[in-house]
Ligand binder design. Structure first.
Ligand code: IMP
Length: 207
């Protein structure tokens, strides 16, 4: 019988991306298949801790193997911030506020804090941690990164979050100037998924 694996996300884009890239012979389900599950809080000190906490939490709530992720932007000159605070760096989402406006406020905060910091000291990276857990234990983990430099203004209109202020030297453009395919081929999430795939294939081969 094919194993069910839960992707701990209500974002249909993320569920589809993981399904397509992991391309494993399993039955994928999403959190939207389990209405009313209590939310697992992301209050860990690291991306890995949050991914683990979500994977184990939802695995225990559903009895299914569960994949969870946590990601964000790490800026060296800000001591690693926004880090695990990436989604709400400039404060909580206001009632009725569009996601894009919150993204804009977050980017403005990073740019303001980096005002006057020279180009050579604006190094940063997107980081994504993935965790697969059973209700009993962590089964697999992977981390993906993409190295960049924080620009002095927003450039480009694709993507989401901090994409317009992260210039990737290897690509010669900001993440927001990349097509979805280009971003996928170099992104922290793409890299974390590519690392997890052979591990998952091996784990499933033992079943
Ligand atoms: P989450 O792990 O998907 O919840 O992401 C947390 C936050 O990190 C997002 O709200 C964004 O602010 C930021 N982030 C994560 N991945 C990306 C990305 O690919 N581009 C831009 N921002 C990102």
């Amino acid at each position: 019988m094919r194993r069910n694996i839960l992707v701990a996300s209500t974002n249909p884009g993320k569920v589809a991306e993981l399904r397509a890239m992991l391309d494993a012979d399993v039955e994928w389900v999403g959190l939207s298949d389990f209405p009313g599950l209590p939310e697992v809080e992301e209050d860990g000190a690291t991306f890995a801790e949050n991914a683990r906490k979500k994977a184990i939490g939802y695995a225990r709530a559903t009895g299914l193997w569960t994949i969870a992720d946590d990601s964000g932007l790490v800026v060296d000159a800000l001591g690693g911030e926004p880090g695990v605070k990436s989604a709400r760096y400039s404060g909580d989402k206001l009632p009725g506020e569009e996601r894009t406006l919150l993204d804009y406020r977050n980017m403005r905060k990073v740019l303001e804090l980096l005002e006057g910091v020279p180009a050579g000291k604006r190094t940063a990276r997107f980081v994504c941690c993935l965790c697969l857990a059973s209700p009993k234990e962590v089964l697999l983990e992977s981390t993906g990164k993409v190295e960049g430099v924080i620009t002095d203004r927003e450039i480009g209109s694709n993507g989401f979050g901090y994409d317009p202020i992260v210039f990737v030297p290897d690509m010669g453009k900001t993440v927001a100037q990349m097509t979805a395919e280009e971003k996928n081929s170099i992104s922290h999430r793409g890299n974390a998924i590519r690392k997890l795939k052979p591990l998952l294939d091996e784990l499933l081969s033992w079943e």
